[in-house]
Design a protein. Structure first.
Length: 475
């Protein structure tokens, strides 16, 4: 829609207020709202001012005056407002010049798409994330000087087989046996359907929804692939819808990668492909798994730069409770057809060249999708530009279960970082594939590493955990 069309859309839908959403560096939507009486077409060209000094990852007190620039193409009616609310996703820009703010993740992702076109390798990069999440009935936690505590609960949780529920009907999901059970064991079918229909009403096509492997309400809703910025916008909307539908049903949804010990964590496998002039670039009927040379080089870039990518794509300390070697996590930096023990899998469901894609499995949905997709794209393009063949670098293909390899064989395979600190160190060392493009600046990477280190890594490192009391209190 054009700005004037957005104004007509707001009037036709009886909007009373207009909500302006933008993303902070960790990947959470922020927003403010104006009455529709203050909503004019000029706002799409002049922006609206706000104080950016308290926004996570922005925080430059000496330059805190900022503008949000609403994108008319993102206009929708918010399905959760008590009053009719028009919602717009915004870029953050500098006042005066209206130049994109260097630390605005959405503006950075737009630069990545522009760079892709400049390379002439392709004109479109498609991303199809498969985000997993948990739905709980209750969550409690505290972190203070003398108390470190969390507790989550779900009526579906296997630990509640003996609870007096007046009556307990026994339909619990056993640990690691939650993949595809039907109701009444799957107690969240109706809730996931409600999430699905809300997403569809907002113009986000859903391919399928289902219960995931873990007990206690682990779920997955897959949405149709789209271009980088459009898909990042959709992922922000996806998380907003999932959380709000859960909330209005008296539940709570979390995209935390590993909220439960001893069961599967929540990942976000990301399917990717490049296209040019309407034609797919990743298919070759004569190649391994029908992959083209371009696709193999793209894979080479993803695998070579994976440790640095994960500073953006698996960006929390909790991410590495999921990415643990030996526990069926996608930690092995090799590629393979159909093989889910590899970091990159080549789906083989279809012979259609348009379906040929690569699936990068280590990411999770705690990430900022604008930053994560950008890092993946630039790594893949670096692989193409420098002809990084994964086979010559010992990165596959491997067509057997990597978890069953001998210690000697497994020792020859590179793994993802073992902690957020290792991923941030990898990003610090291996940043050229990002900065040499002009898409990401050294200043942004330095500020990102400093933010994640001070606000997350150090804060977790300094605190004792409940299990440390279990292990060490009697020493």
């Amino acid at each position: 829609m054009t700005p004037n069309e957005v104004l007509r859309f707001a009037e036709e839908n009886g909007a009373k207020v207009v909500d302006f959403k933008f993303v902070d560096v960790p990947g959470t939507w922020q927003h403010f709202t104006i009455p529709v009486s203050q909503f004019e077409a000029d706002l799409f060209y002049e922006g609206l001012g706000f104080d950016g000094s308290s926004i996570r990852g922005f925080q430059e007190i000496e330059a805190s005056d900022m503008l949000v620039m609403p994108d008319p193409a993102t206009a929708v009616m918010d399905p959760f407002g008590a009053v009719p609310t028009l919602s717009l996703i915004c870029d953050v820009v500098e006042p005066g010049t209206l130049a994109p703010y260097e630390r605005d993740p959405r503006s950075l992702a737009k630069r990545a798409e522009a760079y892709l076109r400049e390379t002439r390798i392709a004109d479109r990069a498609y991303f199809g994330p498969e985000a997993e999440f948990f739905i709980f009935d209750d969550v409690r936690y505290d972190s203070s000087a003398q108390r470190q505590f969390f507790a989550v609960d779900s009526r579906e949780g296997v630990w509640n087989t003996d609870r007096d529920e007046g009556p307990n009907l026994g339909n619990k999901v056993r640990t690691k046996e939650g993949y595809f059970p039907v109701p009444p064991v799957d107690t969240f079918q109706d809730l996931r359907n409600e999430m699905t229909l809300v997403l569809e009403s907002l113009g986000i096509p859903v391919e399928r929804q289902h219960h995931e492997v873990a007990s206690a309400g682990q779920a997955e809703i897959d949405i149709k692939y789209d271009t980088l910025v459009a898909m990042a916008d959709k992922m922000m909307t996806y998380k907003y819808v999932v959380k709000n539908v859960a909330h209005r049903n008296g539940k709570v949804a979390t995209f935390m990668p590993k909220p439960i010990y001893g069961d599967n964590g929540s990942g976000m496998h990301v399917h990717q492909s490049l296209w040019k002039n309407g034609e797919p670039l990743f298919h070759d009927s004569c190649g391994y798994a029908h992959l083209s040379e371009t696709a193999r080089f793209y894979i080479g870039g993803l695998l070579l730069h994976a440790p640095a990518i994960l500073a953006f794509a698996a960006p929390t300390t909790n991410s590495y409770k999921r990415l643990v070697p030996g526990f069926e996590a996608p930690v092995n930096l090799v590629f393979s057809a159909r093989n889910r023990s590899a970091a990159i899998r080549i789906p083989m469901y279809s012979e259609n060249p348009k379906a040929k894609r690569v699936e990068f499995r280590p990411p999770d949905a705690s990430c900022n999708p604008y930053l994560a997709f950008t890092a993946m794209l630039l790594a893949g393009l670096d692989g193409i530009q420098n002809r990084i063949d994964p086979e010559t670098h010992g990165m596959g293909p491997i067509d057997k279960n990597i978890y069953s390899l001998s210690a000697a064989e497994a020792g020859e395979i590179r793994s993802v970082p073992g902690s957020l600190g290792e991923a941030l160190n990898a990003l610090d060392r291996d940043r050229g594939f990002l900065t040499d493009t002009g898409v990401v600046t050294d200043a942004f990477i330095d500020s990102y590493i400093a933010f994640k280190t001070a606000r997350e890594l150090d804060e977790v490192r300094l605190r004792p955990t409940p299990h440390e009391y279990f292990l060490y209190f009697d020493v």
